[in-house]
Design a protein around this ligand. Structure first.
Ligand SMILES: Cc1cc2nc3c(=O)[nH]c(=O)nc-3n(C[C@H](O)[C@H](O)[C@H](O)COP(=O)(O)OP(=O)(O)OC[C@H]3O[C@@H](n4cnc5c(N)ncnc54)[C@H](O)[C@@H]3O)c2cc1C
Length: 385
């Protein structure tokens, strides 16, 4: 059982207040937003008041298998959380096993440690509180109401702060994923594309030094993955212990709506074909945080930031839509033919081309990109007058 660190009952004291920025959700997307706001000052030079909230303590509840391109860990200065690196992806179908020589490496990391390191890069306040909803610029939590002109929904697939009430599975465009975390070790980052494991989706085993993360993801939200997750773990000689699962959004949604900024799963920023959503949550979280900083420091208005961030996300939408199309097609391909395609991907030139494009959807260099020139809005308006 995961250790509960979050305060409960009487320990949950009332929480209210006005802030410059309110970041709801303290996982990948929320922490990336907070990182970009570190040291932000208001136009009068005073420190910006940024509050981040989550129903759990930071890093308390792991939300994924924690696989990511290694370059993202390096670019974000998060190698302290690194567990294991893989130069190949091992793909098994009912007709054979192929080893894809990746042009860049993939790594697994420790979730609590990554969250701790990322939080250290920010200087915002943090409070545990469960977000229940929103009215205008006020977010309602189980500890009280919080108000801010700049509000970020980094709460995951539910998109709680949206006016439409968010998503309801299983009708919504969601995949479902479940994994177990037995003790053990391995050398291969492995996936299985096999209709006996899941009709549409894949199974995986991600070693993380002294632990394996074995799971099944279904693109069809109605397909229950528990039995097959247990079976895959048993087939791999591991115990089905320490479960972790969630819904995974597989359709991109507006990243700026009704005055709210959405980043990560709340905006459907998870890549539909692979269900890779960590680096995209970081990527869009950084982009969102940079726009917010420009507002706080007086270089643009909130509406300008909403427009800029919304357009930034929209510019990526066609890539997400292509991946969604591929997600629908792959399960329909005749398995022997699919195996031929999987096998062809062992050619270095082909895999380099494909994975080069794939990485560029959310490239790690973005983490180190210099902020835009720091001209305050007041100075800009004075210059224009
Ligand atoms: C089984 C599984 C394995 C996966 N493996 C990988 C992988 O290896 N690599 C990869 O790239 N992607 C993986 N993904 C996808 C990835 O986990 C998500 O895309 C990613 O976590 C999105 O990050 P996020 O910050 O947007 O949302 P989340 O990580 O979901 O964080 C949302 C945060 O909001 C908080 N929250 C939610 N509701 C409330 C509320 N009402 N009040 C207060 N706080 C709230 C949560 O506690 C959480 O901290 C996996 C998904 C699943 C389900």
């Amino acid at each position: 059982m995961p250790e509960r660190k979050t305060k409960r009952g009487d320990e949950r004291t009332p929480l209210t207040g006005d802030f410059d920025v309110l970041i709801c959700g303290a996982s990948f997307a929320g922490l990336a937003v907070a990182r970009e706001l570190a040291g932000a000052t208001r136009e009068d030079g005073s420190p910006a008041r940024v509050l981040m909230t989550d129903r759990y303590e930071i890093g308390e509840r792991q939300t994924s298998a924690c696989g990511i391109p290694t370059a993202w860990l390096e670019a974000m200065d998060l190698m302290g959380s690194h567990r294991q690196t893989f130069p190949e992806l091992v793909v098994t179908t009912p007709h054979g096993t192929s080893r894809w020589p990746l042009p860049w490496t993939f790594s697994t990391f420790d979730y609590p440690e990554l969250c701790r390191l990322l939080f250290e890069q920010s200087d915002c306040e943090f409070e545990t509180a469960k977000v229940n909803g929103r009215t205008g610029n006020t977010v309602h939590t189980d500890r009280g109401d919080l108000t801010a002109p700049l509000i970020v929904d980094a709460l995951g697939w539910r998109r709680i702060l949206a006016g439409d009430g968010g998503f309801q599975p299983p009708e919504a465009p969601l995949s479902r994923g479940l994994e177990v975390h037995p003790n053990g070790s391995g050398d291969d980052l492995a996936i299985w594309i096999d209709r006996d494991i899941v009709p549409a989706g894949y199974g995986w085993s991600f070693p993380a030094r002294d632990e394996l993360r074995i799971g099944v993801g279904s693109f069809d939200p109605r397909f229950h993955v528990k039995d097959n997750t247990v079976k895959l773990a048993e087939d791999l000689g591991s115990d089905a212990v320490r479960y972790q699962g969630n819904w995974i959004p597989h359709r991109i949604r507006p990243a700026a709506e009704e005055g709210i900024f959405f980043a990560g799963d709340s905006a459907g920023h998870c890549l539909p074909l692979t269900a890779e959503g960590i680096r995209t949550a970081l990527y869009f979280g950084l982009a969102c945080g940079r726009e917010l900083r420009d507002v706080v420091e007086g270089r643009q208005t909130r509406d300008e930031a909403l427009k800029a961030y919304g357009s930034f996300s929209d510019r990526h939408a066609w890539k997400f839509r292509w991946m969604l199309r591929a997600q629908k097609v792959v399960p329909r391909v005749w398995p022997p033919l699919l195996n031929r395609v999987v096998s062809t991907m062992q050619r270095r030139r082909l895999v380099t081309w494909a994975f080069g494009h794939y990485l560029r959807i959310a490239p790690p260099e973005f983490a180190g990109q210099a902020p835009r020139p720091r001209v305050r809005r007041r100075e800009r308006e004075a210059a224009a007058a």
